[in-house]
Design a binder for this molecule. Structure first.
Ligand code: BMA
Length: 871
C-alpha cells in the first residue's frame, strides 16, 4: 500500500501565544515544548495468520470500524451481525505506522498514549517501549534514545481482551470452589480482570463487541527546556464574590538555566508575581497565590450563571532582553468557582451548591457509542445540550463506562451539568487481592483524579456501580459468595488517592450506598437508592407496574428506569424491512434487557393496547415509558425535603436497541424525553390519584415565591367543564407544597372513566399544565378526532410557499381531547421537533416547532411530513 509518510514538523503544532498579561511581554519565538499527533498512516492486521492482511486504520478508533470500512465485516449493529463478528474479539491484532522526524531537537522526546484498548506492547523502531494493560491510563514513554532522525516505525500489538480476561479468571478462580467463595459469572466475570470499559463486554442495553483499538490521541512531545507535568488549584470563597486562589505547578526542568513560572487569570487585575527556579535540571513545584480575586460563582443549570475563567499557567525563560522572556510552555485551563457539599447529616443525601440545598435532576450517562474512541465532540454537544434543555442539573457518569473525554467535561462545565463520576467498576466483584491489579487501579485513579479535579462540574466521586449491592443482595451467582471482593478498592485504594489528590470533592464508596452499619446498600432511609422494584423485581413484588414507584421512600433516587424501543431512525439503521415485526428475531436480538421479550411486551399491554405492528410497538412502548418516568420523577419531587434527587436510568444509548434510554442512538428523543422535560420544570404542577381524591401538588426549585391562582377542572373529552375548583397560591420556596387542591375521585375509582380528564393549570403566570386521564390509556374508546395543523409562518414564508429559514412553526388544534399525540415523520425519520407525546385539549392551540428542514422545501411538503397519531 502506497501511503504518504507523515512528517514531523514542530511549527505545525505551535499554538497561538496566550494574550500577554500586564506583567510582561513574550518574544515571538516558537514555543520550546511541542506536541505532534501521530495519527496518520496507521494500518492494522490480525496477528498469527499465515497471510497478514493490512488494512487502513483510523486513530483514534477501534478495529471493528476499520474492518467495516475495509469490507471485511458488515456493520456489527445491523440485524444479527453481532453474532457473526464474534471472532474479532477472540483474535489478536497489530497496528503499525511510520512517521518522519526531520530534526531531533535537543532535550527530551516522549511518546504519550492517551488511551490504548487495552492489553499489549508498544514498539518504537523495534525497541519495546513497554507493556500496556489499562485502558484508562495514559502511558508516557521517554523515547529520547529510541527516536531517530528520519523515518520511525511505531508498532502496537494488542491481545484479545476477552481471551486474557477468561484466562485470568480461570487462573484466579481455580476450579471455582475456592474457600473464599470466588466463583461464577456475576461474582467474577472475565471483564473483572481487564481494566477496560466494562460495558464493551456486553450489557443489558449493549452488544458484546469487546474490540481492541487506539481510542486516545498519540502525541510525540519534544521538550528541550521544561514541561509542566502537574498542577493543582484550590480556592476558598470567603464572600459571595471574593476568592483566594492557591496554585501548585510542577515543572520538569531539563537544563540548568533559570525559569520563570507564573500564571494569568483572565479576569480583572489578574496576574500574580512570577516565581523563579534557578536550580539544576530536575522536578520543581512552585506555589502561587491570588488573593481577594473578584469572581462570579458558577451555578448548575437553572440556578444561576455558568461563569468560567481562563487560567493560563506558563513557564518562560530569560533571554538576552530581560524584558522579553521567551515562552517555553503553557497550559490553559477553564476554571470556575463554586462550593459543593454532600449533606448526609440526617441520613439522607443532598447536594449543596454555594450554600443552597437543591433537588438533583438528571439521569445516568453511559458512553454514547459502543466504540468510545469514535465518539465525536458534536455528538456529545448534541446529547449534553439535550440534557440541559430537559432541565437537568446533574449527570451520573456510570461506572460500567468511562472516565469521559475532555470534551465531555468542557461541555458539562459550560452547560451547567454537575457530574457525579463513578470510578470504572460495575456489577462485579474485583480481584482486590492481586497486587498488580490494585497497583493498576491506583495509577488509573491518580491520573484521572488529577485530570478532573479542577473541573467546576465535578460534584462527586463514587467507588463504582452496584458492586457491594450484588454481594449484599445475593444476585444470582453471588448467592454462594462468603466474602466481598473489591472492598479494598472502595474502602482503601480509592479513598487514599482522593485524600492525597482531591480531598475537597465528596466521595461515596459505591452506588447504591446505604446504612453502613447494617451494611445495607438498598436501605431506603440512608444514602442513595437504585429503585428497580418496578422493572427488575419479580412478581409478586412487582410486575412491571410503574405505579409501584409510589412505594419508594428513598432519600435520593440515583437509578430507576423503564425500557422502551428506540425511534424509527435508529431502527432504520439496523433493521431490514422484513425485521419490522413486533416479534421479529432481529428486534428480539436488539433487546438485551434480560426481562424476556414476552414480558417486555406484557409490560406495554398492561397500560396500552398490545402492539400489533412495529410502529405500534415503538409508539405504545415509548408512551408507556413516558408515563413510567413521569410517575416516578413526580413522586420523588413531591417528597422534596426528604428526597433530594432523581437520576433516572438512562439518558442515552450506545447502539440501536430497546433500552431504558430516553434519547436513542440516532440522537432522537423518545417520547419519554419530552415527559421528563415536563417533569423537570422548575415549577412543577402534578396530579396524584389517591383512594378518595385526586390531589393537586406544586413543587418549586425557585429561590423565591411566585403568586398565582391554581385551577383544577374535570373536563369531558369534548370540552365541557363538569367541575372546577380554584385557589390563590404562593409557591413554596425550593420545596414541595403538599396537596393544595382536591377533587373527589372515589366514585370514579371502580370503573374506568373514559371520556373525561383532569386538568390542572396556574393562571398568571402560566406554569406548564398537568393532565390526568381517568382511565388506562388502553381503555380509551376509538374515536375520530379532527386535528388541524396550520403553518404559523411569517408573511414572507407564506408568500413564497417555502420553508425559507429551515425552521417552521405549526399550530395544532383538536375538536376533542387527544391523548399522547405522537408526531412521526416516516418520510424523513429523525426530523427534529420541539415536543412530542403531549395531550391536546379542545380549545387549545399548541405551537409545535419543526427544525432543520430544507429551506427550499414547500410548506405543503413540510406539513405532509408530519404524521399525527393519537390514542
Ligand atoms: C442498573 C445499572 C446498570 C444496568 C441497569 C439496567 O442497575 O447500574 O448496570 O444496565 O440497571 O438494568
Amino acid at each position: 500500500m502506497n501511503r504518504a509518510t507523515p512528517r514531523f514538523s514542530p511549527a505545525a503544532v505551535t499554538t497561538a501565544l496566550p494574550r500577554p498579561g500586564s506583567s510582561g511581554r513574550y518574544t515571538s519565538v516558537l514555543m520550546q515544548t511541542t506536541a505532534t499527533l501521530i495519527h496518520d498512516g496507521w494500518e492494522v492486521s490480525q496477528r498469527h495468520t499465515p497471510t497478514p492482511l493490512w488494512i487502513p486504520a483510523t486513530v483514534p478508533g477501534h478495529v471493528h470500524s476499520d474492518l467495516v470500512r475495509a469490507g471485511v465485516i458488515g456493520d456489527p449493529y445491523y440485524r444479527l451481525h453481532e453474532i457473526g463478528v464474534a471472532w474479532v474479539d477472540k483474535a489478536d491484532w497489530v497496528y503499525k505506522t511510520q512517521f518522519m522526524v526531520s530534526k531531533i531537537h535537543s532535550g527530551k522526546q516522549f511518546l504519550v498514549f492517551h488511551g490504548i484498548d487495552t492489553l499489549g506492547r508498544i514498539f518504537l523502531n523495534d525497541n519495546l517501549l513497554g507493556d500496556v494493560r489499562n485502558y484508562f491510563q495514559t502511558y508516557r514513554f521517554d523515547v529520547t534514545e529510541a527516536l531517530k532522525s528520519g523515518e520511525n516505525k511505531l508498532v502496537i500489538e494488542l491481545d484479545s481482551a476477552l481471551r486474557i480476561g477468561q484466562e485470568k479468571a480461570v487462573e484466579y478462580l481455580g476450579d471455582g470452589t475456592s474457600v473464599r467463595g470466588k466463583q461464577t459469572y456475576f461474582n467474577f466475570s472475565p471483564r473483572a480482570f481487564v481494566r477496560k470499559p466494562q460495558y464493551m463486554f456486553g450489557w443489558d442495553w449493549g452488544p458484546e463487541l469487546v474490540s481492541v483499538g487506539i481510542p486516545g490521541k498519540i502525541e510525540l512531545i519534544s521538550a528541550s527546556v521544561a514541561e509542566i507535568t502537574d498542577w493543582e488549584i484550590n480556592y476558598e470563597l470567603h464572600s459571595t464574590n471574593l476568592a483566594d486562589i492557591s496554585l501548585s505547578i510542577t515543572v520538569q526542568k531539563y537544563d540548568n538555566k533559570p525559569l520563570i513560572v507564573g500564571c494569568a487569570l483572565y479576569a480583572a487585575g489578574d496576574n500574580t508575581p512570577d516565581e523563579i527556579i534557578t536550580g539544576p535540571a530536575g522536578e520543581y513545584t512552585v506555589h502561587l497565590e491570588i488573593l481577594d480575586q473578584e469572581i462570579v460563582r458558577w451555578s448548575p443549570n437553572g440556578r444561576g450563571s455558568q461563569k468560567r475563567y481562563l487560567l493560563n499557567l506558563r513557564v518562560r525563560r530569560v533571554t538576552d532582553n530581560p524584558r522579553e522572556p521567551e515562552l517555553i510552555t503553557h497550559k490553559g485551563l477553564s476554571i470556575g468557582f463554586r462550593e459543593i457539599l454532600l449533606d448526609t447529616t440526617d441520613g439522607g443525601m443532598a447536594f449543596v451548591v454555594n450554600g443552597e440545598k437543591f433537588f438533583a435532576k438528571g439521569a445516568n450517562w453511559i458512553p454514547d457509542g459502543n466504540f468510545p474512541g469514535e465518539i465525536t465532540k458534536n455528538q456529545l454537544r448534541e446529547r449534553l445540550t439535550q440534557a440541559r434543555d430537559a432541565g437537568f442539573n446533574m449527570l451520573r457518569v456510570w461506572g460500567g463506562g468511562l472516565y469521559e473525554s475532555e470534551d465531555f467535561y468542557d461541555l458539562c462545565d459550560s452547560l451547567g451539568l454537575l457530574v457525579w463520576q463513578d470510578f470504572a467498576f460495575a456489577c462485579s466483584m474485583y480481584p482486590d487481592d492481586l497486587v498488580d491489579f490494585v497497583e493498576s487501579v491506583q495509577i488509573e485513579a491518580i491520573q484521572n483524579v488529577k485530570r478532573l479535579r479542577h473541573r467546576v462540574c465535578l460534584c462527586l466521586w463514587c467507588g463504582g456501580n452496584e458492586n457491594l449491592e450484588l454481594f449484599q443482595s445475593r444476585w444470582s451467582g453471588a448467592d454462594q459468595a462468603t466474602e466481598f471482593f473489591g472492598g479494598k478498592l472502595i474502602f482503601e485504594t480509592l479513598p487514599e488517592v482522593l485524600k492525597k489528590h482531591d480531598p475537597k470533592t465528596p466521595y461515596l464508596p459505591n452506588s447504591p450506598w446505604g446504612d453502613e452499619g447494617e451494611g445495607n446498600c438498598q436501605s431506603e432511609n440512608v444514602g442513595d437508592a437504585h429503585y428497580w422494584n418496578v422493572w427488575h423485581a419479580k412478581e409478586p413484588t412487582s410486575n412491571g407496574d410503574w405505579t409501584n414507584y409510589a412505594k419508594s421512600t428513598c432519600r435520593f433516587s440515583s437509578e430507576f428506569g423503564f425500557a422502551a424501543p428506540a425511534g424509527l431512525a435508529a431502527w432504520n439503521s439496523c433493521l431490514a424491512p422484513e425485521d419490522k415485526g413486533v416479534r421479529s428475531l432481529a428486534s428480539q436480538w436488539h433487546d438485551k434487557t434480560r426481562k424476556g421479550y414476552e414480558t417486555y411486551l406484557k409490560f406495554i399491554a398492561m397500560h396500552f393496547p398490545a402492539p400489533e405492528t412495529f410502529d405500534e410497538l415503538v409508539y405504545f412502548g415509548q408512551a408507556n415509558q413516558a408515563m413510567a418516568l413521569t410517575f416516578g420523577i413526580e413522586h420523588w419531587r413531591r417528597q422534596m425535603g426528604h428526597c433530594w434527587g432523581t437520576l433516572y436510568w438512562q439518558l442515552n444509548d450506545c447502539w440501536p436497541t430497546h433500552s431504558w434510554a430516553t434519547v436513542d442512538s440516532a440522537g432522537e428523543p423518545k417520547l419519554s424525553y419530552w415527559a421528563v422535560k415536563k417533569s423537570y420544570a422548575a415549577l412543577l404542577l402534578s396530579l396524584v390519584r389517591t383512594e378518595k381524591f385526586v390531589e393537586a401538588h406544586l413543587v418549586s426549585d425557585l429561590p423565591h415565591s411566585v403568586s398565582g391562582v391554581l385551577r383544577l377542572q374535570l373536563v369531558t373529552f369534548t370540552g365541557e367543564v363538569l367541575s372546577s375548583v380554584e385557589k390563590p397560591v404562593e409557591t413554596p420556596v425550593n420545596a414541595a407544597s403538599g396537596s393544595l387542591l382536591e377533587i373527589p375521585a372515589a366514585n370514579r375509582n371502580d370503573a374506568f372513566v373514559t371520556g373525561e380528564f383532569l386538568y390542572l393549570e396556574n393562571k398568571k403566570p402560566q406554569f406548564q399544565p398537568s393532565y390526568l386521564l381517568l382511565c388506562e390509556p388502553k381503555e380509551l374508546q376509538k374515536r375520530e378526532i379532527n386535528i388541524t395543523k396550520e403553518i404559523a409562518g411569517d408573511l414572507e414564508q407564506l408568500q413564497t410557499g417555502l420553508v425559507g429559514d429551515s425552521n417552521l412553526t405549526i399550530v395544532l388544534s383538536v375538536d376533542q381531547f387527544a391523548a399522547f399525540v405522537y408526531i412521526c415523520t416516516p418520510k424523513r425519520p429523525g426530523t427534529k421537533l420541539s415536543n412530542n407525546g403531549f395531550h391536546l385539549a379542545p380549545g387549545q392551540s399548541f405551537l409545535l416547532h419543526v427544525y432543520d428542514l430544507a429551506e427550499d422545501m414547500t410548506l405543503d411538503d413540510a406539513l405532509d411530513l408530519l404524521e399525527i397519531r393519537y390514542l
